[in-house]
Design a protein around this ligand. Structure first.
Ligand SMILES: Nc1ncnc2c1ncn2[C@@H]1O[C@H](COP(=O)(O)OP(=O)(O)O)[C@@H](O)[C@H]1O
Ligand SMILES: [Mg+2]
Length: 268
């Protein structure tokens, strides 16, 4: 079991979610997880351990099982076998998608789902309400602490100056950050991020790297990305998936120099 301290993360501080026990330093446990689609194994006895507060990069060729893995963690897909735990004691296989999200595991999809007609601030406000209609937001009264939280998230995502602008006029990259901000409003303990930099400019990519790095520690992140230069810029530990299993794990240098990884990427 991997519970080594992570660089930059204070191992004495633990994440607190009601009922979430990360005393062993691990926030997500997947063991021997298999998923079949018509007999084809999209995941094949996959085991993965994510430490509290770490930023893990997940790479692997198309069809390796990366999206299926995220689907399993978030409850969208049920594995045929294996176990999936949040902390030591919360069995994610006994929970449905909304309950898993409620417990503090959220997912950022590629396509932003911000409301163009609302301001940046209002979008963050909307993320606080359970009723997802824009009208509910207009009727919703913010408490001072909720207002502070929105300001804090605006600072984190670098959009304080755009708070009163309509989301519709944001750049593609800014919309992606706003989407991350909307997830942060829920204060998740684990964020799963699928291809965060697709379609971004070089500057936006650099800013996204800084943003993701700033989020680790307080929460854990699992980032799936194809752009190896970007992965290198944020990676501490990289997991390489192949044919539904973990091929290898290590630093970016370790995995890039691993002959099995080279073989898989060159399609040998
Ligand atoms: N709903 C599904 N039905 C049938 N096959 C699927 C389904 N979802 C994924 N697959 C197959 O499982 C494999 C893994 O897919 P996926 O997890 O999307 O890989 P990745 O995200 O790494 O590209 C692929 O071969 C894909 O075709
Ligand atoms: Mg995928």
């Amino acid at each position: 079991m991997n519970s080594a301290p992570i660089e930059g993360v204070d191992s004495s501080s633990h994440l607190y979610v009601e009922g979430l026990d990360t005393r062993h330093g691990t926030v997500l446990y997947l063991e021997d997880v298999s998923v079949s689609f018509d007999g084809f194994k999209a995941l094949n006895k996959l085991s993965l351990y994510i430490a509290a507060g770490e930023l893990r990069c997940l790479i692997g060729p198309n069809g390796a099982g990366k999206t299926t893995l995220m689907d399993v963690i978030t409850g969208k897909t049920r594995p045929d076998t294996g176990s999936v735990f949040f902390g030591q004691t919360i069995n994610l296989l006994a929970m449905d998608e909304p309950a898993i999200a409620q417990a503090g595991i959220c997912r950022k999809f590629q396509k932003p789902s911000v409301f163009d007609a609302l301001t940046v601030f209002e979008n963050l406000e909307l993320a606080l309400t359970t009723n997802k209609s824009p009208w509910a937001t207009l009727m919703f009264k913010l408490s001072p602490s909720q207002r502070d939280r929105i300001d804090e998230v605006l600072t984190t995502i670098g959009l304080s100056a755009q708070a009163k602008q309509r989301a519709g006029i944001l750049s593609h990259g800014q919309k992606q950050w706003l989407e991350i901000g909307m997830l942060l409003m829920q204060d998740p303990k684990v964020m799963l991020v699928d291809e965060p930099i697709a379609g971004m400019t070089h500057q936006e990519i650099e800013r996204t790297a800084e943003l993701l790095l700033s989020l680790q520690g307080e929460r854990s992140l699992v980032v799936v990305e194809h752009d190896m230069e970007f992965v290198r810029s944020i990676a501490r530990k990289v997991t390489v998936l192949h044919e539904g299993s973990v091929l290898t794990e290590g630093t970016m240098d370790e995995v890039q120099n691993d002959p099995r990884v080279i073989q898989v990427y060159l399609g040998g």
